[in-house]
Design a protein around this ligand. Structure first.
Ligand SMILES: [Zn+2]
Length: 95
């Protein structure tokens, strides 16, 4: 299999970007909701790991909590592990 010089350059760049992404996942990322930066309510840390909560189970539907649906997001504090729940939109802060 052959790669042109351009392709090799691109692969190298892709790899570097992926490594950077992984590093970010490791230290956590900053987010905001309603234009307000999210801080851990427990330890005031600002870096989180984003997760999605699958709440659209039959049990929740029965309890009339359908509005939560799949849009619920969780941010796990990278320092203390406190889990923050959001049913609305949250956006990542990129510098
Ligand atoms: Zn915390």
């Amino acid at each position: 299999m052959y790669f042109s010089k351009e392709e090799l350059e691109r692969l190298k760049k892709d790899g570097e970007e992926k490594a950077k992404e992984m590093e970010l996942d490791n230290i956590g990322r900053e987010y905001k909701a309603n234009d307000i930066q999210i801080k851990c309510i427990h330890c005031k840390h600002t870096k989180f790991e984003l997760g999605k909560a699958l709440l659209n189970s039959r049990g929740l539907t029965f309890l009339d909590l359908d509005w939560l649906n799949e849009s619920a997001k969780i941010l796990i504090c990278k320092r203390c592990g406190y889990i923050h729940w959001f049913s609305g939109e949250i956006t990542e802060i990129k510098d």
